[in-house]
Design a protein. Structure first.
Length: 113
């Protein structure tokens, strides 16, 4: 069955946010609590982007995208802690951090429009 096609799916930030979820899950953070936090935060960022992008009203879009940015920071904090306690491979941590940084830059650019 083909995936539901939404207008937001044409935007790069949609794909990057989905890739962030995949990267967090692929990172296999050893500590289950930290892994759960990172996974929930990455999914929240993706879903907030999906919720915010279709809104025509700037204030509503801004709130959703701010929620996505907060979730990105949560992901980054968890990954930073996982690196500090040696619960994630460095290469996987860098992959998550790169996607999170790219996603945040895209969200900031969208919010400035």
């Amino acid at each position: 069955m083909p995936a539901l096609s939404l207008g937001a799916q044409a935007l790069d930030v949609f794909h990057i946010s989905r890739d962030l979820v995949r990267a967090v899950e692929a990172a296999r953070i050893a500590d289950t609590d930290l892994c759960d936090h990172a996974t929930v935060a990455a999914r929240s960022a993706f879903l907030s982007v999906c919720e915010g992008l279709p809104h025509e009203e700037a204030a509503t879009r801004w709130v959703c995208l701010e929620r996505a940015r907060a979730a990105i920071h949560h992901v980054l904090a968890v990954v930073d802690l996982a690196v500090a306690i040696d619960d994630i491979e460095a290469g996987r941590a860098r992959a998550v951090e790169a996607l999170a940084s790219k996603m945040e830059a895209m969200l900031i650019a969208i919010q400035r429009r």
